[in-house]
Ligand binder design. Structure first.
Ligand code: SAM
Length: 216
């Protein structure tokens, strides 16, 4: 147990009340030490429910947003998951706990310095089923496709066609879409490849920058 365990436990209790966490998501958030994914100067704030700056103008998402995306994805043990926007590596670590040793998380990050730090943090903490790659995740990551689940942690101008193509039949994607006004979309690809999208509600994310994202 680390020095922040009690704070982490209180955060999980609060998220349980506010968004009704499932047992598996609650357990993963309780297990992953968010304070070790943020810069030392904001470590004491790691268990407050808001985003924190992680450098290069980017943020680690608020814990409730990480939890909501995990719940909406309906993650299962053994899932192969694509994350677009590794940032600190924290969200990937939480997902990796839920999909377990038979599952895998491939996380794409466009800023090499962030990818490098995320990779080092994940390795130091023993998250061996997460692979961080540098690249433009707005076009997905073809070498490991297809995926059971895909989630994007930056807001896209529209749902990128290449991400849809890398989703398995029966798979699900969660992605924020919009510029000033953003909404979180839950996209299902059924067993025949038909796409159904529903709007979860308003959110606030940094922009997805790339070929199928916003221009730099
Ligand atoms: N999941 C992260 C975490 O747990 O810390 C939070 C990610 S932050 C809200 C969004 C990230 O998306 C940033 O690190 C940003 O550099 C990255 N990003 C933006 N556009 C991208 C793209 N086209 N491909 C990959 N990463 C991108």
């Amino acid at each position: 147990m680390d020095e922040y365990f009690e704070k982490r436990k209180r955060l999980v209790e609060r998220l349980k009340k506010e968004i009704g966490l499932s047992e598996k998501v609650a357990r993963a958030i309780l297990e992953v030490p968010r304070h070790l994914f943020v810069p030392p100067e904001v470590r004491s704030e790691a268990y407050n429910d808001y985003p924190l700056l992680i450098g290069h103008g980017q943020t680690i998402s608020a814990p409730h947003m990480v939890a909501i995306i995990c719940e909406l994805l309906d993650l299962e043990e053994g899932d192969k998951v694509l994350e677009v926007g590794a940032g600190s590596g924290y969200h990937a670590a939480v997902v990796s706990r839920i999909v377990g040793a038979d599952g895998v998380v491939i996380s794409v990050e466009r800023i090499p310095e962030l990818a490098d730090r995320a990779r080092k943090t994940l390795k130091a903490l023993g998250y061996t089923n997460v692979k961080v790659v540098v690249g433009d995740g707005s076009i997905g990551y073809e070498p490991e496709a297809p995926y059971d689940k895909i989630y994007v942690t930056a807001s896209a101008p529209r749902i990128p066609a290449k991400l849809l193509m890398q989703l398995k039949n029966g798979g699900r994607m969660v992605i924020p879409v919009g510029d000033f006004i953003q909404h979180l979309h839950v996209v299902d690809r059924d067993e025949y490849g038909q796409i159904k999208t529903r709007n979860w509600g308003a959110v606030r994310f940094v922009p997805l920058v790339g070929e199928e994202g916003f221009k730099d």
